[in-house]
Design a protein around this ligand. Structure first.
Ligand SMILES: Nc1nc2c(ncn2[C@@H]2O[C@H](COP(=O)(O)OP(=O)(O)OP(=O)(O)O)[C@@H](O)[C@H]2O)c(=O)[nH]1
Length: 204
């Protein structure tokens, strides 16, 4: 069974827990205790594969707090970055999170393939008090090689499920890419060794 590790990040009160619970239970629960982090497990079958999905919901960091993400960058195969379309400060925080994830891969988490990232503008039902336009979110995502969608955890169940399936599919694509690179890497290594030792055998 393939393990798929997903971290959900975003500013305080953007709806991270509501999105996760909606995906896991198809229900919307309005209030959650947010002073502890949680890892949720779900088994699902996708693209003919049995998957063990782990979703990490960190206890919220105040948006002004300095965050490192180092452990999340190590652990997660992909990220869902959530902002509230009615709260511009949560969009600025989402931008900072994306830049942190996309900054040149430092040695501590060198990855052969970029992490899969999906930017989500939540609380679309609050469009009457919207502060962040759809185009802004879409541009931020496009400019940083992320997927993008707007939705409402409060009112939409299918869209939330499709959002999670989308990021999981991207992660599975990355797994295939990594496999290919690993295989071609070992193949070229074998060729190199053969060239070196193969030649030496001939000269003896
Ligand atoms: N109108 C509306 N409210 C939402 C939606 N999603 C979440 N909320 C509300 O937003 C508030 C925060 O939701 P949470 O799921 O606790 O948000 P969170 O990001 O996990 O919160 P922290 O863990 O404190 O950062 C709650 O009052 C939810 O009822 C939505 O799609 N629409």
């Amino acid at each position: 069974m393939n393990d798929v590790k997903l971290t959900v990040l975003g500013g305080e009160g953007t709806g991270k827990s509501a999105l996760i619970v909606r995906f896991l239970t198809k229900r919307f629960i309005g209030e959650y205790a947010s002073n502890f982090e949680s890892i949720y497990n779900k088994h699902l079958c996708l693209e003919g594969k049995q998957l063990n999905l782990e979703i990490y919901d960190p206890c919220s960091q105040p948006q002004k707090a300095k965050f490192s993400l180092t452990s999340e960058l190590h652990w997660a195969d992909g990220f869902v970055i959530v902002y509230d379309i009615s709260d511009r400060s949560s969009f600025a925080f989402a931008k900072a999170l994306i830049y942190r994830i996309r900054e040149p891969q430092t040695s501590h988490c060198k990855r052969p393939v970029e992490s899969a990232v999906l930017l989500v503008g939540n609380k679309q039902d609050l469009c009457h008090v919207r502060e962040v336009g759809w185009e802004e979110g879409h541009k931020l995502a496009l400019d940083n090689r992320c997927q993008f969608c707007e939705l409402s955890a409060a009112e939409q169940s299918l869209e939330v499920e499709m959002m999670f399936i989308r990021i999981i599919r991207d992660i599975l694509t990355n797994f295939k890419l990594k496999e290919k690179r690993r295989y071609s890497g070992s193949k070229s290594m074998a060729k190199l060794i053969n060239n070196v030792f193969g030649k030496r055998r001939k000269s003896v």
